[in-house]
Design a protein around this ligand. Structure first.
Ligand code: AMP
Length: 242
């Protein structure tokens, strides 16, 4: 979708030890219900491995700020916690993945959310140039998700998620004001969890039998989740080429 601004940062490797197949690229899908912490883990993993992170929610929110007509049309659905239509979402991702900085792989956060989108992603990736596709399901019990979402804050200026355990009222990146997301009020949260069960859980079944599908317990401390996730991704990416 040319009209939507492409977002996502590609950063240099930070020097951490990584024994995965760097040269041939690596692509990761971070799955999980809203509030599971997949955005936090996706951002961290992408930064540490020098991969492009693509969050479809961030792309839509940025496009709304820029008054993009397609995003403005999607806004009502976003505010209600409903899914934006598949055709729009697939076009956004197809366009973003066609750019040169996605060539060595990426970390996807928030996509695919339906089986239709998962199938479309397989077609987009058919040439195999983005390296092995590792799928991670971050699981957290529902009552914990509701608790987390009720206290979640993001920066009103740059959209960065705030430290869920912190008490600051300003963003650590740009000092913008921290606010609740418009789709994090309780009615909308329950709707988003319901939609997750109905539309997105079947995506896990679509991927479950692949040798690169892994499940991480997201109810642990973020640094424990990070450690487990890193070794899972490394091991799964090797399994795919063994
Ligand atoms: P997120 O930040 O990933 O929770 O996304 C925020 C909102 O953007 C969602 O509640 C949806 O309305 C919309 N959205 C983001 N990604 C998708 C997707 N892959 N399919 C449909 N809607 C999406």
């Amino acid at each position: 979708m040319r009209a939507l601004r492409a977002t996502g940062n590609r950063r240099l490797l930070d020097g951490n030890e990584w024994n995965g197949p760097e040269m041939m690229g690596l692509s990761v899908i971070m799955m999980g219900p809203p509030g599971a912490g997949k955005g936090t883990q996706a951002t961290r993993f992408a930064r540490e491995r020098g991969l492009l992170k693509i969050s479809t929610g961030d792309i839509l929110r940025d496009a709304v700020k820029e008054m993009n007509p397609i995003a403005l049309a999607a806004r009502t659905k976003m505010d209600r916690g409903e899914l934006v239509d598949d055709a729009t979402m697939v076009e956004i991702v197809r366009h973003r993945l066609a750019q040169p900085d996605a060539r060595c792989g990426f970390v996807l956060d928030g996509f695919p959310r339906t089986v239709f989108q998962a199938r479309a992603l397989d077609v987009i990736m058919e040439d195999g140039g983005n390296g092995p596709l590792v799928i991670i399901d971050v699981t957290v019990p529902e009552d914990e998700l509701v608790r987390r979402l009720a206290s979640r804050r993001i920066c009103s200026n740059c959209g960065t998620g705030a430290d869920p355990f912190g008490s600051s009222t300003t963003c650590k990146t740009c000092a913008g004001k921290l606010v609740a997301r418009t789709d994090d009020n309780q009615v909308v949260v329950l709707e988003r969890l319901k939609i997750y069960q109905r539309a997105t859980r079947p995506v896990l079944d679509y991927y479950r039998m692949r040798p690169t599908f892994r499940i991480v317990n997201g109810a642990q401390a973020p640094e424990v989740v990070a450690r487990e996730l890193d070794s899972m991704i490394e091991e799964a990416s090797k399994a795919s080429i063994a």
